[in-house]
Design a binder for this molecule. Structure first.
Ligand SMILES: NC(=O)c1ccc[n+]([C@@H]2O[C@H](COP(=O)([O-])OP(=O)(O)OC[C@H]3O[C@@H](n4cnc5c(N)ncnc54)[C@H](OP(=O)(O)O)[C@@H]3O)[C@@H](O)[C@H]2O)c1
Length: 334
């Protein structure tokens, strides 16, 4: 089996990609930074490759040294990226510019793999229409509503502009599972007996459990399909109340419901952003975050996953949240 390089291997999704690769007997190269945690990368079969994506030249040096050692990558999954940033420019530097640097370095060194999977996001297309509530379709015109999604779209545009580059773009909706730190805040709040909502408007949410996502990615890797993109969810739809009800049932907790009016959250986000502006940084609650949290329609088209890869999610939200909460409890996160 050919070598596979997984960038962002130290991250939540990256560490599960590494595990799936090892499970399928691929020689796995974990692309990390010097400073990256190896907490979830302890399997002795893992090869490590430190990559600094900040310039094409630096990546070329690393790829050349791989070549000199006779190491080539049949497959690459580029999962390195940022979902949160202190500054707007960071999104574009890491998600878009670094991706471009990487691909140019692969081309320059003659190291273009048989398949290059780019981990994009549903955010690159933005939410669906809140009036029709139709799902976001592959044929839609992308309309990201925040900087993160815009930076992912910029990377996608570059990748799609390349002639004969063997790309596949994967756009997951919200990914949850063990080791994850954002949905974790929601589980933690619920475990403390608080159930918070922004406004009273119904929201349709979609999710994908990390183990289903990585299984799909490896099935897509083996398939002959290239130069296509896919949205990924478990194929079901939920609303904020169902998500909370499932969590409460699994946690066996009674909660107090608190609904903060959207206008207050919006003003707070706007105010905090203004406050942080002189330092050029973005607060955790910002207008982008508000836009994402308050969007009504996160449905997306998933039929092509079944058609092209026979993908059916094994985990619905209840099964996935149950396994996730078990993990948080075992690890004393909850
Ligand atoms: N989680 C989701 O719900 C979700 C949904 C859709 C798409 N995605 C995409 O999936 C990918 C992985 O996300 P995740 O949830 O696993 O995030 P994560 O846990 O934050 O992991 C991000 C990974 O990217 C690496 N990274 C960040 N900045 C880097 C840089 N400048 N140079 C090299 N490596 C860098 C991190 O390395 P360090 O450990 O050294 O920081 C880490 O390994 C991202 O591209 C994200 O946009 C995530």
């Amino acid at each position: 089996m050919g070598n596979i390089l997984i960038t962002g291997a130290s991250g939540f999704i990256g560490s599960f990609l590494v595990e799936e690769g090892l499970k399928r007997d691929y020689p796995v190269y974990a692309g990390i930074r010097r400073t990256s945690s190896r907490e979830y990368l302890k399997d002795p079969r893992i090869h490590f490759l430190e990559i600094d994506f900040s310039s094409e030249e630096k990546i070329v040096t690393i790829l050349e040294s791989c070549k000199n050692l006779g190491i080539r990558f049949q497959y690459i999954i580029h999962s390195a990226g940022i979902t949160k940033a202190g500054k707007k420019e960071d999104y574009f530097r890491v998600n878009a510019q670094n991706t471009q640097n990487f691909i140019q370095a692969l081309a320059q060194t003659g190291m273009v793999p048989e398949k290059f999977i780019y981990m994009s996001s549903l955010a690159a297309y933005g939410p669906g229409d809140p009036l029709t509530m139709n799902p976001v379709m592959l044929s839609d015109t992308p309309n990201p509503i925040e900087q993160y999604g815009k930076s992912k779209l910029e990377a996608e545009k570059y990748i799609r502009s390349l002639d004969s580059f063997p790309w596949l773009i994967i756009r997951p909706t919200g990914v949850y599972g063990p080791r994850e730190k954002d949905y974790y805040v929601f589980f933690k709040t619920m475990s403390r007996g608080l159930e918070t909502y922004i406004g009273s408007r119904q929201q349709i949410l979609t999710f994908i459990y990390v183990k289903d996502l990585v299984r799909l990615i490896f099935d897509a890797l083996k398939s002959p399909i290239v130069r296509r993109s896919y949205f990924v969810s478990d194929g079901r739809e939920y609303n904020t109340q169902t998500f909370a009800a499932i969590t409460k049932k699994i946690l066996q907790k009674k909660t107090i419901k608190i609904t903060v009016p959207s206008v207050i959250v919006k003003q707070l986000a706007y105010g905090l952003e203004k406050l942080y502006k002189p330092w050029g940084t973005i607060p955790t609650l910002n207008t982008d975050k508000y836009n994402v949290l308050s969007s009504a329609n996160w449905r997306c088209e998933t039929d092509p996953l079944l058609r092209d890869f026979g993908f059916i999610a094994e985990y619905d939200l209840e099964k996935g949240v149950s396994e996730t909460i078990d993990w948080y409890k075992t690890e004393h996160w909850l």
